[in-house]
Write a protein that binds this ligand. Structure first.
Ligand SMILES: CC(=O)N[C@H]1[C@@H](OP(=O)(O)OP(=O)(O)OC[C@H]2O[C@@H](n3ccc(=O)[nH]c3=O)[C@H](O)[C@@H]2O)O[C@H](CO)[C@@H](O)[C@@H]1O
Ligand SMILES: C=C(OP(=O)(O)O)C(=O)O
Length: 429
């Protein structure tokens, strides 16, 4: 298993190109199941999750060709991939694949809409909470599907096709909003989703579906309207930049000090976390090329933050912010409201000498004057990268074990950071 070795203490200076967003790329790739024509996706990040989804889609009959420019080993640009689901050859998404990544469950929407049948294993993914799928099933039932759970699989049937309906989510869910939106594109009549997720990745998917011929309005607001059409066609779409990757590097620069341009990052997708970073003591400047983050040696200030659905502070940046606050002068409070078990980085951050107290969904972070490098273990994707951030700012050597979590969501992390002056390397093993 690969490990990442870091020698902390260097300031970060330079440019970090931001990759295509994992959490947009996955639903966009899944949308290829909705049409027998070619969906071309540009700026697809080279990530373990994208590779796994290629296998899952291949199993359903999606042909994939890579046509993007690759300039060489040092190239940081994403891939352009053409996905063509001429016919769906298998409507089952098996346990062996779906259990590895939660988003693969989302194939249920397009398969059901196009084939009127889907058998999809209950999902896996990051161990950050129980993560049920009841709201997906509720929405698909409202669109007319008959659903049964058989031996760990969701079996969904819509013999006469799906029909438009009012789907009112009792809580904001990104995944179920994606799936309902995709399924409703081919349903008969109008679907109205209320209390829909407003995340930028929902907007990115809606924009792609519209290019494919879907009739969707309101994506990015709490009410999305979809007028079903008979068929969708091919399209070209560029995956939006990854706001979580950009936010992660922003936290890293705020912690180590330095001056970094996050190339391609979009301020509108990161307004709340960047506002928090400003409160903490970093300088944040949106530019034509992206977002510039600067901090000199000034003290970091403590803050109180609650994770919330977009446009609130994202749960996917909570671990990274916590790492940063370990070095603030004073006591910060973080409340996690999205996932019930997303504090697994706390015990690992303690290995650096951090002082964090947990009480249910609340963490109290007492800033310490210095962190010391340590061997640590990654437990999930964003927790892993919080350990990298802590390691970059800590004195001495840090070894991050179980790096495969990082490879799910961060493209060439060690390349991007070492180009900015960090001492960081991957040790194959
Ligand atoms: C691939 C992807 O895009 N993953 C993101 C997506 O995950 P994901 O789409 O899985 O997260 P959701 O927005 O659905 O989850 C929000 C909350 O709703 C609950 N819930 C969800 C569905 C359901 O049927 N029943 C239910 O109770 C979840 O357990 C959680 O407590 O949004 C999360 C919240 O921004 C992010 O942390 C993940 O990175
Ligand atoms: C939790 C995440 O991913 P997933 O929903 O795929 O587990 C994440 O991207 O932080």
């Amino acid at each position: 298993m690969d490990r990442i070795r870091i020698v902390g203490g260097a300031r970060l200076n330079g440019t970090i190109p931001i990759s295509g967003a994992k959490n947009a790329a996955l639903p966009l790739m899944i949308a290829s199941l909705l049409t027998d024509e070619t969906l071309t996706l540009a700026n697809l990040p080279r990530l373990a999750d994208v590779a796994l989804l290629k296998r899952i889609l291949g199993n359903h009959g999606v042909d994939m060709t890579v046509s993007g420019k690759r300039i060489g080993d040092g190239d940081l640009a994403g891939e352009t991939v053409q996905l063509t689901a001429r016919t769906i050859v298998d409507t089952t998404a098996p346990y062996e694949l779906v259990s590895k990544m939660r988003a693969s469950f989302w194939v249920i929407g397009p398969l059901l809409a196009r084939e009127h049948f889907a058998k999809v294993s209950l999902p896996g993914g990051c161990a950050i909470g129980t993560r049920p799928v009841d709201l997906f099933l509720m929405a698909l039932e409202q669109l007319g599907a008959e659903i049964e759970i058989e031996a760990g699989y969701v079996v969904a049937r819509a013999p006469n096709g799906l029909r438009g309906a009012h789907v009112d989510f009792p809580k904001v869910t990104v995944g179920a909003t994606h799936v309902t939106m995709m399924a409703a594109t081919l349903a008969k009549g109008e679907t109205v989703i209320t209390n829909a997720a407003r995340e930028p990745e929902i907007v990115d998917l809606a924009e792609c579906l519209i290019k494919m011929g879907a009739k969707i309005t309101g994506a990015g607001t709490s009410t999305i309207r979809i007028e079903g059409v008979d068929r969708l066609h091919g399209a070209w779409h560029e995956v939006m930049p990854d706001r979580i990757e950009a936010g992660t590097y922003a936290m890293a620069v705020a912690m180590t000090g330095g001056d970094v341009l996050l190339e391609g990052a979009r301020y509108d997708t990161l307004a709340r976390p960047l506002e928090i970073l400003t409160e903490v003591g970093a300088e944040v400047t949106p530019t034509n090329e992206g977002i510039r983050i600067y901090r000199n040696g000034a003290d970091l200030k403590p803050v109180d933050v609650t994770t919330e659905p977009f446009p609130g502070f994202p749960t996917d940046l909570q671990a990274q912010l916590m790492a940063l606050l370990c070095r603030a002068q004073g006591t910060s409070h973080i409340r996690e409201t999205i996932f019930e078990n997303r504090f697994m980085h706390v015990q690992e951050l303690a290995r650096f000498g951090a002082e964090i107290h947990l009480d249910g969904q609340n963490a109290t972070v007492v800033g310490v004057p210095a962190l010391k490098g340590a061997p640590v273990m990654a437990t999930d994707l964003r927790a892993s990268v919080s350990l990298v951030i802590a390691g970059l700012a800590a004195e001495g050597e840090t070894m991050v074990n179980r790096v495969y979590h990082l490879d799910r969501g961060f493209e060439r992390l060690e390349d991007k950071l070492s180009r900015c002056g960090a001492t960081i390397e991957r040790i194959a093993g």
